[in-house]
Design a binder for this molecule. Structure first.
Ligand code: GEK
Length: 242
């Protein structure tokens, strides 16, 4: 049974910047399902992509893992021997709950949950790296550095799976996608008040790049291949192969 997200349902006199605290971790599965179009499809296919690219005796990273949804699906679907999943998040509330989620199921593939900042942690011997809606919360001037670190940690033939909310270059197009996304949220039971208060809370903390920005950053890091495998409104998931 998941707890319903009602964090922004009542009027707030001041809207604080959004943070991944205890209250958010409590309702996170409901929040992300009702806010991100295609979330389940993306999670399921992260497992399927990881299954194709995971290499024997390598590390699989889930960066900004929240409650470990991507780690769980990868753990279920990867069939190479000697893989080790490392799930990292800098929110204590998320990491504590993530450990409980992962320990509730048994698996042959070990998963280590680490409380750390993905900008500071060391990555190595990777065949799969997942950034599922995490990079949008990283300061824009540090994003090149993060992608460079991931590229350096990947083995040749390894893959980065990058999901992000996108900013559309053209203003009319951007407005249409935002409008469709808000309709999606209304259809999932969020009120106008919830949508607008959440939007204000995210304004300073979730800074969006365009698809071209992502493509340029990934190409500059040295990846040999970049493709968009999922897109619904302004939500996309991309794959880059070293
Ligand atoms: C999922 N991937 O369900 N270091 C570590 N973690 C961070 C950092 C950082 N510097 N910045 C943000 N986070 C998940 C969903 S949510 C996306 C990811 C969303 C973490 C933050 O604590 C949060 O748990 C996660 O990135 C972003 O597949 O809520 O839209």
């Amino acid at each position: 049974m998941t707890n319903k997200d009602a964090i922004y349902s009542q009027p707030k006199s001041t809207i604080k910047d959004f943070s991944f605290d205890e209250a958010v971790a409590e309702v996170f599965p409901d929040m992300i399902q009702r806010s991100v179009p295609g979330y389940n499809t993306i999670i399921d296919n992260i497992g399927r992509i990881a299954q194709r690219y995971a290499q024997k005796d390598s590390n699989i990273y889930d960066l900004g893992c929240s409650l470990g949804a991507a780690s769980l699906t990868m753990r279920r679907l990867i069939n190479q021997s000697g893989c080790h999943i490392i799930a990292i998040d800098n929110s204590t509330a998320m990491v504590d709950k993530c450990r409980l989620h992962l320990n509730a199921f048994k698996s042959d593939i070990p998963v280590e949950v680490i409380h750390d900042d993905i900008l500071h942690c060391k990555l190595n011997n990777a065949s799969v790296v997942v950034l599922n809606f995490t990079m949008q919360f990283i300061a824009p001037d540090l994003r090149d550095q993060l992608i460079g670190k991931i590229y350096a940690a990947l083995r040749p033939g390894g893959v980065l799976i990058l999901s992000e909310k996108l900013r559309h270059e053209n203003q009319k197009g951007d407005s249409l996608l935002i409008d469709l996304h808000h309709e999606f949220k209304r259809n999932n039971g969020y009120s106008e008040l919830e949508i607008s208060q959440k939007r204000s809370a995210l304004e300073n903390v979730m800074l969006l790049d365009s698809l071209d920005d992502h493509k340029a950053r990934i190409n500059n890091a040295g990846f040999s291949d970049f493709l968009l495998w999922f897109c619904c409104f302004n939500f996309a998931s991309m794959v880059a192969v070293k």
